[in-house]
Design a protein around this ligand. Sequence first.
Ligand code: 13P
Length: 256
Amino acid sequence: MNRRYRKTIIAGNWKMNMTATEARGLFDELKPMISKAKWCEVVLCVPFVDIPLMRRLLKDSRVTVGAQNMHHEPSGAYTGEVSAAMLKDLGVKYVILGHSERRAYCGETDSLVNKKVLLALQTGLRPIVCVGESLEQREKNLTLDYVALQVKSALAGVPVEKLRQIVFAYEPIWAIGTGRTATAEQAAEVNTAIRTIIRKMYGARAARSITIQYGGSMNAKNAEELLAQFDVDGGLIGGAALKASEFAAIIQAANQ
Ligand code: 13P
């Protein structure tokens, strides 16, 4: 973390978990634990159908609500899809884009992710852009090249004045939901590489103010060490965000 130049952001990604009833239960547990989040921003990226409820419940708190996806077109005949404008209208602030699960199961490509990034920015939503390599790519020593490609294509056409709205999340695919976390050194290496790419594209001032999270089996035990890395500015948390005490402990680690 480096609080001088950029915000630390702890974001929970509930994925396809939590009915509205369950979400209310988790909120009741979380509420007394998260009121003290002073130094970091806390975001809950919840399923679309939980957004109105969570917006209501979190109204007077410092916790903001995010979504996990949006369509790449502004509106139209796309049955079953949700637009950026709909999210904005509900008071959503962040939207996760290009998560590896959507890349893998829904065929999302780098160019589609780029379209979504541009539309999110135009609509006033802050994209949390996920990048990260597979185990095979890591073993072949392709991690930095692959992540560089993902970062550059996500940013195609993004002007420097909009760059600060973007958050990156480095999520190695082999660490997601596996209990196998990247070491602090591995996370730091890739996060630093991402910042270097941004520096080359947009200059030093822009690069140092962008938040770059780590995600992949982050939990109460490993959060402190990961967040101690200079270029790890927060976390995107899956499984551990579904347990109030675990999520609160990660926030606590970011608050130190
Ligand atoms: P886990 O924390 O469950 O590994 O999930 C990480 C993730 O994919 C967050 O977007």
